[in-house]
Every structure is written in C-alpha cells, then in structure tokens.
Design a protein around this ligand. Structure first.
Ligand code: GLC
Length: 722
C-alpha cells in the first residue's frame, strides 16, 4: 500500500482502534474458542467484541486453512479492513525440525543457521505464519536455566553472527535492499531484549543485575547484530535491567535500542510481561504500566490489556502519550505493509504449498546435514568410534528408541527419528540389541529399584562388541520455566551406565539434553562421549551418520560443560583476576580457586573432537592497512577427510577496564583431505579490539595477543600491539 493510502487509513482510526492495534491476543481468544477468564489474571474480561475485531496481531494460529479462515472472519468484522498479523514461535524449524539453537551454535556454521531459518520460513509461511518470535539471542552462562537450549551459547561474537544469519534466513537476503518480506519468508523478532540469560542462579524469570560494561560487552551485542541485519521486531524480556523491568525501561528501549542503535522496527512485550510489571513492583496499577510502556517505546502488548484499557484516558491527558501511540501504530501498519498484507492478507498461507513443503525430502536432507554438524564428540578413547560394520552393538537407555528428540519449542513438529531407527537405516544387517530402552519415566526418573532391570540389561549386552548408553533429560524438562539445581543424569541412568561399564566392553555415552549436563562421572567411565542435544527430525539418522563414520564430527562446544553444578558459572571469556597463580613460589593456596574442584570446565567453549587429528603451526600477525592479518597453518595429521573449526581469539593484555583472557573474533570451517595443510587468514580491525570504557566502545593502545587453534584451551599465541 502506498504511503499516502497508509496515512489516510491511519487518520481514519479512533483512539480505541489504535490501542486495539497495539494489542496482541492468542487466536483462540479472537475466535471465542477460549474465553478471557481461562487466561488468568493478565487479561480482563471487560473487552468488547468490537475490541477483539480491532486487535492488530495474534499468536499461536497454525495451519493455512485455519489462518485464512481467521483472517476472513477478522476482515469481515474489522471496520477498516486492516489485516491481522499472524505470529508464532518458530524457533528451530516448523514441521521439519532442526537442532535446538544451542546445538546449532556448536556447528559454528552461520550459513547452516541461515539455511535452517530460511527453510523454517518457507514451511511456516505456507502454514499461515507471517512473523516468528526468533532468533533468541540471549547470552547464556548458566545451564541451570532451561532456556539455554534456545540460545547459540556463551559467546557474544558467535551469537551475533548466528542471530544476523538467522534474520537473513527468515526475512530473505534481499529484504535489506527492498524493505519487503517476500514470498516464502517471514518477519523475524530478536529476543529477549535484554539480558534474560543472566537470570540469577539460572532460575527462570529471576532478577538480573549487571554492570553496564557487562551488559554492553557480553549481553547486548547479539541483539544489536540482529538490528544491523534489519530485524523487523524486538521482544522485551521478563526481567529487570538495572532494577527496571525491560518492558517499561525507557533508557533500554528508547535509549539504547532506538536512539543509539537506530532500531526502527516494532517492539513487542513478552507474554503478559507488561501486566507483570505490577508484580515486579515497578507499576502501581495497569494505568501506570500502560503509561510507562508507551513512554518506553512499546508498540504491541502481548497477552495483557493495560494499554487497551487505559490508553484513551492517557491520550486525552497527555499529548506526549498521544504522539507515542501514533508512532507505535504507524510502525505496526508499516510492518503489515512490508509483509504485503494490505494487498494479500493471507501472504503465503496455502494448503497445497503446505502439503508440498512440510517435511519434504530436501528439507529433511538439510536437517540431517545440519544436525550432523551440531553433534559434538567429547571423548574417543582408543578409537572406540567410529563403530565398525559387523560389530555386535548394544543400545541401552531411555533414548535408544525414543522419538522425543525435537526439543521443547518444536510446536509444529512431529516425531523425530530415534537412534535405533537411524542405526537400522544405516546398517540394515547389523546386529543391534537393545535393553532398558523404555522412555524416561518410572524406569529412569523415579527412585524405583531397577537393579533387576539393570541385571537383565547387563546379561543381554555382555557379549556385545560395543554398548551405546543413550541417556539424558526429558525434552520437556528443558526450555521455558525448566530451571534445575541438579544437572546430573537421574540416579537410575547413572546406575545403569556404571554397571554397563563394569562389563568391560567399550561404552559410548550418547547424551540427549537441552543444556550441558553434569556428566563428569559417566565421562570418566566411558570410552567415548557424544553430545547429541535434541537434534530434531533427523536426530537418529544424523547420529548414525556420525557413529558409523559416514560423517566426520566437526561440532565444537558453544557453551562450556561444568565439572559440577557448584562450579557454575564457568565460561571461557573470563577475567584473569589478581590471583590467577602466585608467582613468588608460595604454595598455590592463596589464589582464585575452589579447594574441591578445578577452575577449568569439564569441556571448554570451542572444544570438540573429530575422527581426524588436526595440528596447527606458523601463527603470525602482520600489520595490514589499518588492521592486521592473522595467519595460521592447519594440517590434517591423521585420519579421514574432515572439517576443522579454526578459531581466532584476542586478548588485550592491559587496559582501563580489565579484559577477558580470550575473546572470540573469528571462525573459519576448513575442509581438509588426509595429509592436507592449509594457511588460514583472518583480518582484525581496531573495532575488533574495542570495549566499553564507560562512555563508548573504543580500543586502547597497548599490547595484545592473537590466539588461534581448534579449541579455546588449545591455542597458538602471537603478540601484537596497537
Ligand atoms: C513466551 C516466551 C517467548 C515467546 C512468547 C510467545 O513466554 O518467553 O520467548 O516468544 O512467550 O509464545
């Protein structure tokens, strides 16, 4: 729609209609299939039918037929024929489900992140979705938080690259030029702004308290990378930032997001988050909540009605509020226009396309390939892996046959391929024997004595050449509101692994989880450890590809694994402290340490094994123009063709603010033939050395280190200076 027509439409709206445009309700409320009372305190049953007919956007409507029907009903009732905008949580795939984002982060493959988002957009847009509440770019350091599964990990640089890639995948590569979300694409939403991942103790919705430097250097960069990539929407987080809930935090929303970083898209609250500012104690009532949210720059209130109920009186009393409401509604109408909804309110919703695209072979092939890149081989003693054809293979544990391997946000997903099915497909002739293969439940969760079951399993698998212990956590115990204080496998699983290892056959621990679990004990006992995350639709086939050696594992950890929950938070980009190690020969007692646990994680950021041994040499740093060229040679020393994830880190050795020991500043995935070596070049600029000095991002002169290698704990180092 041309701007002047949009302006005329805007001018024809009443105040109440503008406020309804700023309100988002689940589709079941609009269609009357659910009434207000069932939605809990955040909604008032006082809304009129005319309000519902003017609501601007909806969430959780799935299916082309249903979305077209709801749109038809809405347009028939809406006095101005303004189309409804359909939003949903398409977090890592729609019907074809990709690895959870934390697993995707371990691929270190931004092109894979873009591709998976593009496929998700293709599928969900055919099913009527026009905007997805993704990517989630919260930096995470605490695996007690169930939502770490939705993040791409603990590094701001990698998270930013991944978020920008996903935005381009969802919105289409040409969006930044055309400003239009074309066919087969959807608008994206960066969330949760800001710093939701820093919830204290990993307890969901808990207080966040950060210094400005920590906020700006670690937690904000990934969201802002998505803004630079043109993301259409941002979602406010449930938590406070400097003791003000993000949803009514004007310095955060109008200040940092809009004025400092030029975000001109739509700001939506999280689910009921504006109403929750009363519980936070930031607002005395819903009128104050509405006022503060409008002043802070909120455009859409999701699943609460403070703005709709109190906006008219606020607009009458305060021209500033009226102006802010007008700006908000204009941004919402502009978003609908970017999606072409005034010309085609259904966008791509089409039952034929839906049937043809959802779970189609090409999408499944991409899901399998990307899942294979997301698997991380953590241990492989005496070449226990890859398995060899003809081996008698035992599989025990709740994930032997389980298809519940999609992750907890796969709202439109159907079952994934199980580990057993994947192995059967790879090696139809193989002798595969399963035991104790019931789903997670009383057999594994409770305290029921399963010794007899373990005896049976040991008897059944005692003569296998290798045993796969398929263990982990229930996918529904991950994601939102799934914080845990105990990250170990359940007692019965730990018992089972111990007894299987006592058989004297090599045991391969295959861990299905949405977070780094505390697996130190099991890892010590087993010959090999494979982190299988929740890999989505093609979980079993991708695992079989890696376990049988068809795919050489290349995944590297995007989040550190703690030795024990007591060690948390443990992350790679830590500060050195004043007492890393005493140098005056005194016993290392008065240094930063635990007396009962090492400082180092069980497995660090960037770590992962392949079936190939890669070696590094010849790191050098050369001045080049205003920046530096960093070169390192990587060689495939022994083993099959494989992909090495070459990582570049820097360290600012002394500055006005203490700097981390390492900061990731480059990744290159290099495919090498056996015996091949290659020089890998990175470019560093002064911007790469900048940090928040209390007023601005700037680099400071002095000594630096460049570090390169295949894991944050195994690097070549070379000095350079600014
Ligand atoms: C949830 C989540 C958010 C999601 C929204 C809509 O509470 O916090 O990530 O997009 O509500 O489902």
């Amino acid at each position: 729609m041309k701007q002047e027509a949009l302006d005329r439409l805007f001018d024809s709206l009443t105040d109440r209609e503008k406020l309804a445009e700023m309100t988002q309700l689940v589709t079941s409320l609009l269609t009357g299939r659910e009434d207000m009372a069932t939605t809990g305190g955040s909604l008032e049953a006082s809304l009129l039918r005319s309000d519902l007919d003017s609501v601007g956007t909806t969430l959780n409507c799935f299916g082309a037929a249903e979305s077209r029907r709801v749109q038809d009903e809405h347009l028939a009732a809406n006095p101005h024929k303004i189309p409804l905008l359909f939003m949903a949580d398409v977090i890592h795939g729609y019907r074809t489900v990709f690895p959870i984002p934390l697993a995707m982060g371990c691929s270190f493959d931004c092109e894979a992140a873009r591709e998976s988002a593009e496929i998700a957009a293709r599928e969900c847009s055919a099913a009527g979705v026009q905007l997805t509440f993704s990517p989630m770019a919260d930096l995470v350091r605490d695996p007690r938080w169930g939502r770490v599964m939705e993040s791409t990990g603990e590094d701001p640089w990698l998270n930013g690259k991944m978020a920008a890639a996903m935005v381009r995948g969802y919105q289409g590569g040409d969006y930044e030029k055309t400003g239009v979300i074309g066919p087969g694409h959807v608008a994206a939403c960066i969330k949760h702004f800001a710093a939701y991942g820093a919830s204290e103790a990993g307890r969901d919705y808990n207080t966040v308290d950060l210094s400005e430097g920590m906020l700006r250097e670690y937690y904000l960069p990934a969201y802002l990378a998505a803004v630079r990539a043109g993301v259409c929407m941002a979602m406010t987080s449930f938590n406070t930032v400097d003791r003000v809930p993000a949803t009514v935090n004007r310095p955060l929303l109008r200040g940092i997001l809009r004025e400092e970083n030029g975000f001109d898209g739509v700001v939506i609250t999280d689910y009921g988050a504006l109403y929750e500012t009363l519980a936070h104690g930031a607002c005395a009532d819903k009128r104050e909540a509405a006022k503060k949210a409008i002043e802070a720059g909120v455009d859409i209130e999701m699943m609460s009605t403070c703005i709709l109920e109190h906006g008219e009186e606020l607009m009458r009393e305060d021209d500033g509020i009226r102006q802010a409401v007008d700006e908000a509604v204009r941004r919402i109408l502009a978003l609908k226009n970017k999606l072409g909804l005034f010309e085609n309110p259904y966008k791509d919703a089409d039952e034929e396309r839906e049937k043809a695209l959802l779970l189609c072979p090409a999408h499944r092939e991409a899901a399998r390939r990307i899942a294979g890149e997301s698997i991380v081989l953590l241990k492989n003693e005496n070449h226990a892996l890859p398995l060899r054809e003809g081996m008698k293979i035992g599989i025990a544990g709740p994930f032997a046959r389980s298809r519940s391997v999609l992750g907890s946000w796969a709202l439109a997903g159907t079952d994934g391929v199980s580990l057993l099915e994947g192995l059967r497909e790879a090696w139809p002739q193989a002798e595969l024997r399963t035991a104790m293969d019931g789903e997670l439940g009383s057999l594994f969760d409770g305290v029921t004595d399963v010794e007899d079951k373990i005896d049976e399993a040991c008897a059944a698998l005692a003569d296998c050449d290798v045993i796969l212990a398929a263990v982990g956590e229930n996918q529904n115990d991950t994601g939102e509101c799934s914080s845990k204080t105990d990250l170990r496998l359940t007692k019965n699983q730990r018992r089972m692994v111990k007894r299987l290892c006592a058989l004297g056959r090599p045991v391969v621990l295959v861990v299905f989880s949405g977070r780094p679990l505390e697996i130190r004990g099991e890892a010590e006992q087993c010959a090999a450890v494979v982190q299988a995350w929740f890999l989505g639709t093609e979980s079993g086939t991708a695992l079989a590809d890696v376990l049988t050696g068809r795919v050489n594992p290349s995944g590297r950890l995007a989040m550190s694994f703690p030795q024990t929950v007591g060690q948390i938070p443990v992350y790679y980009n830590r500060m050195n402290t004043g007492r890393p190690r005493l140098t005056n020969g005194q016993a290392d007692r008065f240094i930063t340490r635990f007396i009962d646990c090492p400082n180092e994680p069980l497995y660090p950021f960037g770590y992962g094994l392949s079936y190939t041994k890669f070696t590094y040499s010849g790191l050098r740093v050369e001045r080049s123009g205003d920046g530096w060229q960093v070169c390192v040679t990587v060689r495939s020393e022994e083993g099959p063709e494989g992909t090495e994830t070459v990582q570049l880190y820097i360290r600012d050795c002394a500055a006005s603010r203490v700097r981390p020991l390492q900061e990731l500043r480059g990744v290159q995935r290099v495919r090498l033939l056996p015996g091949e070596e290659r020089e890998v070049r990175f470019t560093l600029t002064e911007d790469d050395l900048a940090f928040w000095n209390g007023e601005a991002f700037a680099a400071e002169p002095g000594g630096f280190l460049a570090m390169a290698g295949g894991s944050s704990d195994k690097l070549l180092t070379a000095p350079f200076s600014l």
